[in-house]
Design a protein around this ligand. Structure first.
Ligand code: ATP
Ligand code: MG
Length: 472
């Protein structure tokens, strides 16, 4: 409280309520170019049901923004004056989530609509010593709800039934001018929630908008505050950045603003190489492609690609010093993960996926005996193989190896034996030519088909994940 009063006196900072505007501009949505057929059935039905029960219901956030830009929204959020319990009672397939501020997930077929109750502006919200709001859980009016959103273009309300758009903060003007402008005093708003700085980077990269100067100005100075954000939230935001369809552009934008230090300490290393050539840029381009064609992305796979370059570099160093390949890789992984610290807070589940994908890589180079049979049955084979193909594209492993695995997995038992024999012969030939093959013996003495158990035992990782094939 006292700090806020002092702020107000010294800096002339206005209280958060100053941003509340009671009278929105009104537009006919169709006249703004919104096409109702771009609104999903789920969003439309959610609004209709709420309105029939006597509540307000508006599509908000990225959904409206994208509709106005004539882009197809990737999902829809709805804001209402109904309480979560009232919403829950209206939709059979819905559930309340969150403890502090509850929202309701409403399911329509496979589509999920997030319904949130208008939130209030709290004049005396509890904050940490940097101004970050710690609790934010009071329901309010639509005008308040609008004022507590981040950017003007994200604070538009669209009623698809009435064909109406409400604009409290001149978001329509800013959309037309392709400008990202913070609602209220940018410094205060970034302090309240430093994640908003990361959101700037994401929207700049994704929408190609320019940042209005007053919004941009404080970012350089406030960037270190990203470190105070709980790591689980940072992880969510990082995932949004990486799956925005513009991943590389987002990372460059983060680095340009110095925002990555608190988030992905290794970003400098990752972005060192020229664009378009490095492993990571190939991997991110592929991720963007998948996002744009509506295919699923596995976070474990994504982070495995992001951190592979440092892992591989350290692995090579250790092998060069004479360490055996597998333990060297395992140690390299540990050291890179340690270095990220708990900043990135990759959840244990995803860490286990990443480690599995990485630890499979040396095993792709063993094409003798039973080894390939075990590997191809591995629960995460598909992800490991996709990862190998990326390494192939980046010139890290020979194309021939990738082709061999493509053939092997598609082959029947007889063809597989033939492929192994062929690889063995090639290796013997190469070994003789080079004056002695590299020694690489399997330490497992196990016999028989293995059925995947062989492969899994070798990785020897405790795992707490159970969704195979996500990266397929
Ligand atoms: P996308 O299309 O990438 O999902 P979005 O704008 O919908 O973009 P969300 O994270 O889905 O982003 O958030 C939905 C809306 O909630 C935003 O448009 C904004 O109005 C509000 N919002 C989200 N995060 C914040 C924040 N940190 N501070 C203030 N408002 C926020
Ligand atoms: Mg959204």
């Amino acid at each position: 409280m006292i700090r806020k009063l002092i702020d107000k006196l010294i800096n002339g900072r206005k209280g958060p309520r100053a941003a509340v505007r009671r009278k929105p501009k009104q537009y006919r949505a169709s006249e703004l170019g919104v096409r109702i057929d771009n609104v999903s059935q789920g969003a439309l039905r959610t609004c209709e049901t709420l309105q029939k029960a006597g509540h307000q219901a508006w599509i908000v956030g990225g959904g409206v923004r994208d509709l106005l830009l004539d882009l197809k929204p990737k999902d829809f959020d709805v804001a209402t004056d109904a309480t979560p319990d009232e919403v829950r009672a209206l939709f059979r397939r819905s559930r309340i989530i969150g403890r502090r501020f509850q929202i309701v997930h409403v399911m329509h077929g496979r589509e999920q609509i997030e319904v949130s109750t208008f939130r209030a502006i709290q004049e005396d919200a509890e904050t940490d010593e940097h101004g970050r709001v710690l609790r934010d859980n009071v329901w309010g009016t639509q005008a308040e709800d609008a004022a507590r959103r981040d950017f003007t273009i994200n604070a538009l309300y669209y009623d698809p039934v009435a064909d109406l758009v409400l604009d409290y903060h001149d978001g329509v003007r800013d959309l037309k001018a392709r400008t990202l402008r913070m609602i209220g005093d940018p410094t205060t708003r970034f302090r309240e929630d430093p994640v908003r700085m990361l959101r700037v980077a994401r929207f700049v990269a994704k929408l190609g908008f320019k940042v209005e100067p007053a919004t941009k100005k404080p970012i350089a100075g406030l960037a270190p505050l990203v470190r105070n954000v709980p790591s689980a939230r940072l992880f969510d935001e990082m995932l949004k950045l990486l799956t925005s369809g513009h991943a590389m552009a987002c990372l460059h934008e983060l680095r340009r603003e110095g925002l990555h230090h608190g988030m992905l300490p290794m970003l400098d290393v990752i972005l060192e190489q020229p664009d378009g050539e490095s492993f990571v840029s190939i991997a991110l381009a592929r991720t963007d492609e998948r996002v744009r064609s509506d295919r699923t992305i596995s976070p474990g796979f994504l982070f495995a690609t992001l951190l592979w370059e440092p892992v591989a570099a350290r692995w090579r160093e250790r092998v060069a010093r004479g360490e055996p390949a597998i333990p060297a890789l395992s140690d390299a992984i540990d050291s890179v993960i340690d270095e990220q610290g708990n900043r990135l807070a990759i959840t244990r589940r995803f860490l286990a996926d990443m480690r599995e994908i990485w630890m499979m890589q040396p095993r792709f180079e063993r094409r003798t005996g039973r080894s390939p049979w075990g590997l191809v049955e591995h629960l995460r084979f598909r992800a490991g193989y996709d990862f190998l193909l990326l390494r192939g594209q980046a010139g890290e492993v020979p194309d021939e190896l990738c082709r061999w695995w493509t053939d092997f997995q598609g082959a029947d038992a007889g063809q597989r034996e033939a492929l192994i024999a062929q690889a063995q012969a090639a290796r013997a030939g190469a070994g003789a030519g080079a004056g002695g093959a590299r020694k690489r013996r399997r330490r497992s003495g196990r016999k028989g088909r293995g059925e995947g158990g062989e492969g899994r035992a070798e990785i020897g990782e405790a795992r707490d994940q159970s969704d195979p094939g996500q990266a397929a």
